[in-house]
Design a protein around this ligand. Structure first.
Ligand SMILES: C[S@@+](CC[C@H](N)C(=O)[O-])C[C@H]1O[C@@H](n2cnc3c(N)ncnc32)[C@H](O)[C@@H]1O
Length: 299
């Protein structure tokens, strides 16, 4: 009989345990910025030597979750009952953290990943699971096109090659006029490093992450990929602890360093019912001003 606590994942799906490890360890802190009892429950339910594979936890993934939560919550306030699609959801509990009782949520991931997710999180009428690749357009047919759509992709796009990233983003923008997106990127140097075999620890080599892009390339690249792009906001990871946090704070003033760091990208597109004035969630983006708690990165 299968051990209920044992999770056998390999390749990119196994990375969902890496991000879970980092989030759960943030949640356990007394001074945590992330409140997520479900994350902790799942983390403790899985028999996996997180430390052996991923080493000492760091704050990057929980901070990414917090930044995404803030953006998504703000959008949900302006679009009650609309749809959030979470591509490459893994064991993220963003729906559980952000649920306002009205949002409709679609979690999309590969079949083996959704099978693991469903051992810990049951789908529901407002939080559905779709066992498909994000690159398979079929998930788009599951989305109600009559109401606004927000698409998130945390820790996903870097695992695709550039052609696939371009194609999936363009298809999303064409299929859901006015869609907003949030995703994260890694810089080129780090993508190259993973292609040579990036050992996170002695016992764990991260899967290749072919898509790298430097921060100063993000705006022009996205605009060249789709004429629907109206706003590209590079969102800072905000406060991070330790050396990484120090590097981030210094990078605000040093463009060369900034270009070499991962980034969170919030994109707004044309064609939604809000157009041309846009939704309140993004008013700060259009003004070019820094969002109060998410300082914009100058480009
Ligand atoms: C680094 S994990 C991130 C999981 C989650 N978003 C988080 O932040 O905790 C990468 C996720 O991407 C999923 N994934 C990989 N290839 C995928 C694909 N083609 N379509 C959808 N999901 C994919 C993996 O199964 C895994 O859940």
């Amino acid at each position: 009989m299968r051990d209920a606590r044992c999770v056998n994942l390999t390749g990119v799906p196994e990375t969902m345990l890496w991000t879970l490890h980092n989030r759960a360890n943030e949640v356990m802190r007394r001074d945590s910025f992330l409140h997520d009892p479900e994350c902790l429950r799942i983390y403790r339910s899985i028999d996996y030597d997180y430390g052996r594979s991923f080493g000492k936890p760091d704050g990057s993934h929980p901070m990414r979750s917090k930044v995404c939560d803030d953006v998504v919550r703000s959008w949900m306030q302006a679009h009650a009952g609309a749809t959030v699609v979470e591509l490459g959801c893994g064991l993220e509990t963003q729906f559980q953290r952000c649920d306002d009782g009205k949002v409709r949520w679609l979690c999309v991931d590969l079949p083996e990943a959704i099978a693991v997710r469903e051992r810990f999180l049951a789908p529901s009428a407002r939080c559905r699971h779709i066992s498909r690749s994000a690159l398979d357009r079929a998930w788009m047919h599951e989305v109600d096109k009559k109401s606004p759509v927000f698409v998130t992709a945390q820790g996903l796009l870097m695992y695709f090659d550039e052609r696939a990233v371009r194609q999936v983003l363009a298809e999303i923008m064409d299929s859901f006029p006015g869609v907003e997106l949030i995703f994260d990127t890694i810089p080129r140097w780090f993508a190259r490093k993973t292609l040579k075999g990036f050992g996170k620890t002695k016992h764990y080599i991260a899967p290749p992450m072919p898509w790298g892009i430097n921060q100063n390339e993000i705006r022009p690249t996205l605009r060249s990929w789709s004429s629907r792009v109206t706003e590209v906001h590079l969102v800072s990871y905000g406060y991070c602890r330790g050396l990484y946090g120090l590097l981030r704070r210094c990078s605000t003033h040093i463009p060369l360093l900034r270009n070499m760091l991962p980034c969170i990208v919030h994109v707004r597109t044309a064609g939604g019912e809000d157009d041309p004035s846009g939704g309140s969630a993004c008013r700060w983006m259009r003004s070019g001003a820094a969002c109060p708690d998410r300082p914009s990165i100058p480009n």
